[in-house]
Design a protein around this ligand. Structure first.
Ligand code: ADP
Ligand code: MG
Length: 253
């Protein structure tokens, strides 16, 4: 997609869990070359929204469109093939394997059953292709010097970046990140922000769910704020920062 093109859209998405409305008539739009942050207090419905957007879950009402196609009936695997990639809140690394192997194997497992079949049934040619792709993505995110480092010896910040390299394999146009800055030290957050800025510059559309206000304010082009399942504000970081409803709901709460 061209920069500025609409790539992912939620239209009146409602998700109920029994009597609880976790997302109520949510609308949001994500464009190529943009970082959109979804923020809000605990229980606001951010993860639920994230799951609707990534086809992990299905809306009770409304729909999600990715590259003008409805995600209705699509599996998260199919959506990944269409060019949407996500990271998970809890990084699962194979700590005694190398960084390169983690990314290569992670990519392979994405389309397969599990680690055993992944380890045993890779054809030699396929293995070479996966390793090459993994190396390319690791260099892209700045971990090129750590290809043969044991993954378990990376800092938490580097592990998060490894996860992003994994998500970048297969060349997605949309990247969904669930609290990428959680638990990181200041320097690590800076490195992560720089990487996301670079990926945005390359034309990726990035949506992140994030608690860390400072991180979001310095990085996001636009912010959507949720409370009690609804969108209560949307705008530029400086608009959000001074929005009374947001201060009340999020900063004050
Ligand atoms: P956030 O990520 O903003 O903290 P969530 O989307 O996780 O919020 O949750 C929003 C609301 O929906 C919460 O009240 C939560 O308890 C509820 N909820 C989330 N997932 C489920 C589920 N699978 N079943 C029942 N309730 C859920
Ligand atoms: Mg959550």
């Amino acid at each position: 997609p061209e920069k500025g093109q609409l790539v992912l859209e939620a239209r009146n998405v409602t998700r109920r869990f029994g009597g609880l409305v976790a997302n109520n008539q949510m609308n949001l739009q994500l464009h190529a070359g943009e970082v959109l942050a979804l923020i809000g207090p605990n229980g606001a419905g951010k993860s639920t929204m994230f799951n609707q957007l990534s086809a992990v879950d299905t809306p009770s009402e409304g729909e999600v469109l990715f590259l003008d196609q409805s995600l209705k009936g699509k599996t998260s695997r199919e959506v990944a093939h269409m060019g949407m990639s996500r990271t998970f809140q809890h990084v699962k690394l194979l700590t005694t394997m190398t960084v390169l192997e983690n990314v290569a194997l992670g990519t392979h497992m994405r389309g397969n059953k599990g680690i055993i079949s992944a380890s045993l049934h890779i054809e030699r040619e396929e293995e070479q292709r996966l390793l090459k792709e993994a190396q390319f993505q690791l260099e892209r995110v700045g971990l090129g010097e750590h290809l043969y480092t044991e993954a378990g010896s990376l800092s938490l910040g580097q592990q998060r970046i490894l996860e992003i390299a994994r998500a970048l394999c297969a060349d997605p146009c949309v990247l969904l990140l669930d609290e990428p800055a959680a638990g990181l030290r200041h320097k690590e957050k800076q490195a992560l922000a720089e990487l996301l800025q670079k990926l945005r510059q390359e034309g990726l559309a990035i949506l992140l769910v994030e608690h860390d206000m400072d991180f979001v304010m310095n990085l996001a082009d636009r912010i959507v704020v949720m409370e009690f399942g609804e969108k209560i504000a949307e705008g530029l970081p400086e608009e959000i920062q001074s929005n009374p409803a947001v201060l009340e709901a999020y900063l004050g709460g």
